[in-house]
Design a protein around this ligand. Structure first.
Ligand code: PLP
Length: 438
């Protein structure tokens, strides 16, 4: 066992980072990240031994918690056996990982195409849908994030939607968001019905026969944890069926326990045509993602080549980590725990936070997937300023909680293994910080 890292290592880490690391999604000159030395479960610590509750699960991916011993051991054991092998080989661990994933999918989904992460899962699902249908257009929502590669970033709806050479054929529409409804809806049912009318009009206007797929996050995550209103996903399915359009459900953030279910769509009246996943499948211990494919689409590639794959697709260390993570989630009841702690502890705690703080405009979510939306004025629903969100973030870090802050929202997204006691500690920090900024 190596000696634990200390303050001197922390200084060196900062110095090397400043000199040599070019950070993603950051202005390099103002980048300031926490220096993390280690972690366990819901907790991580810095080089001075200062502990933080990870209520962001890093990038909402560490569902099983940090350093789960069974997953770490499985990676170590696999490394002793075979650290790498090309995708176009037969590998036992890969088959075991795929079997465990399809066993959670609906009937008829029997194959998994492995990728290196979530963006390229969406990339390949879109390509598969275009090849399968022979159509070109892809519809997705403005409030979405599907990843930062060619087609995935164009399918993304938020400000990160950078036009690129893959931008052809992408059309965006508004999905439901009752708190800030484009449809003047007052009830979830109205929001659902009107969002479906809007989608129907978009499909008709674009020409249904030109549309290959509708890509949706089952529960849009980064965009605000927008739990779909009753009937919405079933309505999308019906519209898609009417026009021979495929539905790709992006379960990269919502899947594998986050909502308190294996797949988020298990809670809604929809069966997709393709499922994309990453993050929670192995809690990010080794980069991996994939597409779960039903026989009807997989068989289409029996006689023709599917043009997709990267050097590291189906990497043995990633596969071993999936097998161990899913087995541990099953045997330790981690998905059920996420559902219960969400309903019994997080939901009531957020309700009392909302009643105590005028800044809280809305709380919504399920499982360990919640958003607190902050407003300067409950009447006008004007979002709080970026400066206030900056103070909230700093205040939470000072109190030992790593928050997931997005726009005017705090996303409450701890690992699925979070305890009631840890939720209580984080809620106390949210409460104190909101009092301070109010
Ligand atoms: N899809 C969703 C819903 C996501 O939340 C993300 C990442 O946050 C992605 C896709 C992209 O995944 P990755 O960063 O692994 O490429």
């Amino acid at each position: 066992m190596n000696a634990p890292l200390d303050a001197a290592d922390g200084d060196l880490a900062q110095q090397l980072d400043r000199s040599h690391v070019f950070h993603s999604w950051s202005a390099q000159g103002t980048f300031a990240g926490l220096a993390i030395a280690g972690g366990s479960g819901t907790t991580v610590w810095d080089f001075d031994g200062r502990r933080y509750l990870d209520f962001a699960s890093q990038l909402v991916n560490v569902n099983i918690g940090h350093q789960h011993p069974a997953v770490v051991a499985a990676i170590r054991e696999q490394a002793e056996i075979l650290t790498t092998i090309a995708p176009a080989t037969v590998n036992l661990t890969r088959g075991e990982a795929a079997k465990r994933i399809v066993s959670r999918a609906p009937d008829g989904f029997n194959k998994v195409f492995f990728t290196n992460g979530g963006a390229d899962a969406n990339e390949n699902a879109i390509r598969m849908a275009r090849l399968h249908t022979g159509r070109d257009k892809v519809l997705s929502t403005y409030r979405s994030y599907h990843g930062n590669t060619g087609a995935a970033i164009v399918a993304t709806g938020d400000w990160r939607r950078v036009p690129n050479e893959f931008a052809r054929g992408h059309v965006h529409f508004f999905g439901p968001y009752l708190y800030r409804s484009e449809f003047w809806a007052e009830t979830p049912e109205q929001e659902s019905e009107r969002a479906l009318t809007h989608l129907r009009r978009v499909i008709e206007s674009e020409g249904p026969a030109s549309i290959a797929a509708i890509v949706l996050e089952t529960v849009p995550g980064t965009a605000g944890i927008l739990v779909p209103p009753p009937g919405y996903l079933a309505g999308v399915r019906a519209l898609a069926d009417q026009h021979g359009i495929l539905v790709i459900l992006d379960e990269v953030m919502a899947g594998f326990g986050r909502t308190g279910r294996w797949f988020a769509f298990d809670g809604y009246d929809i069966v997709p045509d393709l499922i994309t996943f990453a993050k929670g499948v192995n809690s990010g211990y080794i980069p991996v993602g994939g597409v779960v494919i039903p026989d009807a689409i997989a068989n289409d590639f029996d006689e023709r080549v599917f043009p997709g794959g990267l050097t590291y697709s189906g990497h043995p260390l990633a596969m071993a980590s999936i097998v161990a993570a899913l087995d541990a989630m099953e045997s330790e009841g981690i998905v059920t725990h996420a559902a219960e702690i969400g309903a019994d502890v997080i939901e009531p705690a957020l309700a009392s936070l909302a009643s105590a703080h005028p800044l809280v405009g809305d709380v919504r979510g399920e499982g360990v997937f919640w958003a607190i939306e902050l407003v300067a004025d409950r009447g006008t629903r004007e979002p709080v300023s970026a400066a206030t969100m900056g103070r909230i973030k700093a205040g939470l870090l000072e109190r030992g909680v790593i928050p997931f802050i997005q726009d005017n929202r705090i996303h409450v997204v701890p690992p699925c293994v979070v305890t009631a006691d840890e939720v209580g500690q984080a809620m106390a920090a949210y409460d104190e910080v909101l009092t301070t900024v109010e």
